[in-house]
Write a protein that binds this ligand. Structure first.
Ligand code: PMP
Ligand code: GLN
Length: 393
């Protein structure tokens, strides 16, 4: 294996899913719903399987889907992206991230990453020869976290990381794994710094629709002063609860889109046409889309509150997740000073509940990190079985 992959191991998501299967545990680790997304989408895709051309799609995506994405992004952010020159359909947000990171990084370039961070960021940066520069979000149980009321940026650390220079920053709100939804004030402060450095910023907004009131999602692209530097990434996976669709999209000004399309062409070339066309057909029913998103939000809020109450009754200290389908929980009161990896393994083997240890979201995790992540995108009966396992065993 080439040297640039030395720092990459097997994905923690695959590892914990395998462990869950081995021990017949409830899987609240890898973030995927254990229930179906909308049948309207499945039906539309099924029809396209039978009737669409089913040969290569245009490399940058089927036009009907790019048009629907353009409409949708404009209706939620107010920003108009030209479907022909500024929108690219990719094989999931994963591929979008990989293409954007590889399009803009030269070997040795510094890339700012808010940490904990989705592991793919580090892997793609390493592949491109870049140097990830983490900016820590401090946990709610640390002095700065307590002061800030959640997973919090220390602005002096942020300024210090920026002072070393950078050509790219990766931003993710709503944030995996903490569930943090960055405030308008935080976003504005980050945007001002990016602007000063004239750096590109990848805004990973895959959880854009999973935000719980009173929190509000502010898309970086909606800040006029920085729009020309923003690469906005999203995906059908979370919005429609079908992680297997592996269909994502990138919206960016043309001069950035050109680079992303080059790398996309050199990786997968194109994404399957029937999924794109089926999605486009379902999304074109705007009344349905609006009511589906509202219902999905209400459903997830109920699941979040239920799991949070179970975890708190079981003795965890649970951080306030304002978005995503994740809750982070501190287990110090329950297990004392053991590593999060060991704790997550024991929880899977002995209590039959699989989670994700938070240290897997760090380039170099801090010494003590008593946090694990629970996914609550699960059926009511699955969450009830977790209550049974945690409270009655
Ligand atoms: N970004 C974040 C923050 C994620 O959690 C994920 C994982 N689902 C992705 C990107 C990748 O999304 P997709 O499944 O569409 O590739
Ligand atoms: N994003 C998903 C999560 O955080 C996992 C994606 C994957 O398995 N690669 O759980």
């Amino acid at each position: 294996i080439a040297k640039r992959w030395d720092s990459t191991g097997k994905s923690i998501f695959s590892e914990m899913t395998s462990l869950a299967n081995l021990h017949n545990a409830v899987n609240l680790g890898q973030g995927f719903p254990d229930f179906y997304g909308p049948t309207k989408i499945l039906d539309a895709i099924s029809q396209e399987v039978l009737s669409c051309h089913n040969q290569y799609a245009p490399s940058h995506g089927e036009a009907p889907l790019r048009n629907e994405i353009s409409y949708y992004v404009e209706s939620t952010t107010g920003v108009i992206y030209d479907p022909d020159t500024e929108i690219t359909v990719t094989s999931g947000a994963s591929e979008a991230l990989y293409c954007a990171i590889n399009a803009f990084i030269n070997p040795g370039d510094r890339v700012l990453v808010f940490e904990p961070a989705f592991d793919l960021y580090y892997q793609a940066i390493a592949n491109a020869g870049g140097v990830a520069v983490p900016i820590r979000l401090h946990a709610p149980d640390t002095p700065i976290g307590i002061r800030g009321g959640g997973w919090t940026i220390d602005w002096s650390e942020f300024d210090a990381a920026c002072a070393g220079g950078f050509s790219l920053a990766i931003f993710n709100s709503p944030h995996n794994p903490t569930g943090k939804v960055f405030t308008e004030e935080e976003i504005d402060r980050i945007a001002s710094k990016i602007l000063k450095k004239n750096a590109i910023i990848l805004s990973d907004e895959v959880y854009e629709n999973l935000v719980y009131s009173p929190a509000r999602h502010v898309s970086l692209c909606s800040l006029p002063k920085i729009q020309h530097l923003v690469v906005r990434i999203s995906s059908a996976a979370k919005t429609f609860g079908f992680t297997g669709l592996k269909t994502g999209w990138v919206c960016a000004p043309q001069y950035l889109t050109d680079g992303i399309r080059l790398v996309h062409q050199a990786t997968v070339f194109c994404t399957s046409p029937f999924i794109q066309l089926g999605l486009a057909k379902a999304m074109s029913d705007k009344v349905w889309l609006q009511s589906y998103l509202k219902e999905q939000n209400e459903l997830y809020l109920t699941k979040k509150n239920y799991l949070k109450s179970i975890l708190e009754r079981a003795g965890y200290s649970v951080s306030n997740s304002e978005g995503t389908f994740f809750l982070t929980a501190n287990f110090e009161n329950l297990a004392g000073d053991i590593s999060d990896i060991l704790y997550a393994k024991q929880l899977t083997e002995m209590h039959k509940i699989a989670t994700i240890p938070i240290s897997s979201f760090y380039k170099q995790p801090p010494k003590s990190l008593p946090w694990i992540r629970f996914a609550f995108c699960k059926k009511e009966e699955t969450l009830k079985s977790v209550a049974e396992l945690l409270l009655n065993s």
